[in-house]
Ligand binder design. Sequence first.
Ligand code: NAI
Ligand code: MG
Length: 359
Amino acid sequence: MRHYSIALIPGDGIGVDVIREGKKVLDAVCELDGGVSLDYESFEWSCEYYAKHGKMMPDNGLEILKNFDSIYLGAVGYPGVPDHVSLWGLLLPIRRSFQQYINIRPVKLLRGLKSPLAERTREDLDFIVIRENNEGEYSSIGGRMYEGTDQDMAIQNSVFTRQGVEKVLRYAYRLAQEKSKRKRLTAATKSNGINHTMPFWDEYVQKINKEYPEIETSTVHIDALCAYFVSKPDTFDVVVASNLFGDILTDLGAAIVGGMGIAPSANINPEKNYPSMFEPVHGSAPDIAGKGIANPVAAIWCASMMLEHLGEARLAEAVMQAVEDVLEEGKVVTPDLGGKATTEEMGDLICERLKIHAR
Ligand code: NAI
Ligand code: MG
């Protein structure tokens, strides 16, 4: 029996609902397989926790999480707690302290889903965005001065380091070499407007490209790249981007393959010195929280990515097959996909379909 320890952080709003279904699917696939057991511990760290304790997690939170094999997180953030407080109090410390410097966000049209881009098929929509996850534009360097006066001002600096940039580029190139169909890498830039960090980024793209001469590389300005996600998504294979650019691109990526209810993400520490963290791209969705109608697919896809990272590729694949069966049948799907099912009903059916794929 192979054992893995999983820290569950359901968080806020729909995070709680979708992680419940994700866990249910994980349990189902492990039981059917018989060779893997997951030991969970659940943590109530969230905006509710913040309301009680004045912080998003206890002071030794990272110390506690450090010993788990993986972290499975729903979403954090809720009206009443400023978003920068919830983000910088929980998610970002985890991503940084555990050197989860790679954020993997697949943009892939699942079987049974229709893209809002007319006539685009599964062949056209199948690529991966690698987002730099630890530095770049989301670096807490800067400050505020003269608050409350007419000289009020704020400065936020971007930080791009040779080590950080080389690591994310090498990861993206390796992925393009090992896993991709078209052997193509697209690097997001904005070296016309952002004239220090982006030429720096471009320079390292050129440098790392020399280590992977067989990969066809192009560097595209972020604004044009957004347009190309819509007008020619079939030309992408591996897209690599800085923290902010990757963040923005991947909401667009989610939109062209079925919406926020679908899109998964993995925060990876490739060296496996620390746990990696798996979380849907979406947030806590206060507008539908408590209604039981959140789409659980993003969270379940994350669970599949977690299994793959743990080395259980066969189980990971079985989960995705079961998800795609349910989407293709199209009867038991949540309102965001045009159906009437609840989060729970959709999770239940995915567990049911697993019986076909997980033996
Ligand atoms: P959001 O992703 O929570 O919601 C955006 C829209 O997508 C809403 O209309 C929502 O109903 C819909 N949606 C999202 N997930 C869905 C799902 N699984 N099924 C069906 N519909 C879904 O983004 P928003 O509204 O900007 O942020 C809400 C809160 O979440 C904020 O406090 C924000 O800071 C936080 N947030 C947290 C993230 C995280 O924990 N990684 C990521 C993004 C936002
Ligand atoms: Mg985002």
